[in-house]
Design a binder for this molecule. Structure first.
Ligand code: PLP
Length: 388
């Protein structure tokens, strides 16, 4: 008799993650995958490579383990890990052809937006930025016959608008374009974009997937194979954009606790969003989990099990009070990045610079897994002191 619960096919995402698919190293019987550092592999006497391993630039066995976990968590047919989130995102745009038109959000990860408006256009891509929460604006920006890619980030840095992935996919596909989703902040624990019709999902794996602020990594996962994905794959192999095996190992280790970390961070972020909404020094809280969020209904439909660990607050006293608040925290760490176990606070407008859609009174909060009471007390004290 076969026990179906013993097959990874039947496991829940939490189980898949905890056991990193349950793979056992055949040679050693180790329950933790070995780190394969070799850059080259022995050819069989008949000149073939039956092991499937040839050379370290196109792929690597430890990297393949990380990719298998990500593909399983996203429900993807294949995943690729790359050297950073930016290298994953740009790999998709660089697989397009000169003259192609892409539509991307006005509110999105700042460095990628910057790259799109400067370097990508030098490569011959035409780029339009729209309010992705406004599906009419997306529809109007599509250039039939020219638009080949719609790029979405949801929830999006640092104002946290939510895009309806299924609706965006329908609009993109009707025009013959692909839909790619930066799902870094939702993680596969809360949203699986491929199930909503996206073609490619991207992660800055540096953030929640790795989860401990000690690995820079990126990931792409695809629903199906096609010319765009094939070019991404070919370029990763040719250009050496692959993640190193040590980092791939750390990424696998981090993903084992992804469901627990995301659940804890989401619950704390929700509690903090509610409490800071009523705070005398806070003008506004931006968080998809709040009923007051303009796309809360979409978020409820699209995000299962929580609304993520990211939120922003707008400080009543303006820019000076916002920077003053960040200066006075102790437990929250004043640092860029997000998605780690430790909570981070950042005055985002300072780092994004001119042209940012981020207001100067905004502080971005990446909620970690500490006790939410401690997180509230620390920021409450800093807000009162900076606004006093
Ligand atoms: N996408 C999002 C949403 C991000 O927050 C980041 C980094 O902050 C990136 C992409 C880029 O990732 P990386 O820093 O690993 O290149």
């Amino acid at each position: 008799m076969t026990d179906d619960t013993a097959t990874p096919r039947r496991w829940s995402p939490r189980t898949l993650a905890a056991q990193a698919l349950g793979h056992i190293d055949e040679a050693s019987r180790a329950v933790v995958p070995p780190i394969h550092l070799a850059t080259t592999y022995l050819r069989d006497p008949d000149n073939r490579y039956r092991s499937g391993n040839v050379y370290g630039r196109p792929d690597n066995p430890t990297v393949r383990e990380a990719e298998a976990v990500i593909a399983a968590l996203e429900g993807a047919s294949e995943a690729l890990v790359l050297g950073s989130g930016m290298s994953a995102a740009t790999a998709v745009f660089l697989a397009l052809s000169p003259g192609d038109h892409v539509v991307a959000p006005k509110v999105m990860y700042w460095s990628l937006r910057n790259w799109l408006m400067t370097e990508a256009t030098r490569w011959g891509l035409a780029v339009d930025l729209v309010d992705m929460a406004d599906l009419g604006a997306l529809r109007a920006a599509i250039r039939p016959g020219a638009t080949t890619l719609v790029w979405v980030e949801t929830p999006a840095n640092p104002l946290w608008p939510v895009t309806d992935i299924a609706a965006a996919a329908e609009i993109a596909h009707a025009a013959g374009a692909a839909l790619a989703v930066d799902s870094t902040c939702a993680t596969p624990m809360l949203t699986r974009p491929l199930e909503h019709g996206a073609d490619i999902v991207m992660h800055a794996a540096t953030k929640y997937l790795a989860g401990h602020s000690d690995v820079v990594a990126g990931a792409l996962a695809t629903r199906s194979h096609g010319p765009l994905w094939d070019r991404v794959k070919k370029n990763r192999s040719a250009l050496g954009q692959i993640l190193g095996p040590l980092e791939a190992f750390l990424l696998i280790r981090g993903m084992r606790t992804l469901p627990l970390r995301v659940a804890a961070a989401s619950a704390s972020a929700m509690a903090l969003a509610e409490r800071f909404s009523a705070h005398p020094a806070v003008a506004e809280v931006l968080y998809p989990g709040l009923a007051s969020h303009p796309q809360h209904a979409v978020a409820r439909r699209q995000m299962a099990g929580g609304f993520g660990g990211m939120l922003s607050i707008r400080v009543k006293g303006g820019e000076r009070a916002a920077i003053g608040t960040a200066a006075r925290v102790g437990l929250w760490k004043r640092a860029t990045s997000l998605g780690g176990v430790e909570s981070l606070i950042e005055h985002r407008a300072s780092i994004e610079g001119e042209g940012t859609p981020c207001p100067p009174d905004l502080l971005r909060l990446s909620t970690g897994i500490e006790d939410p009471e401690d997180l509230f007390a620390d920021l409450d004290r800093a807000l009162r002191a900076a606004n006093g």
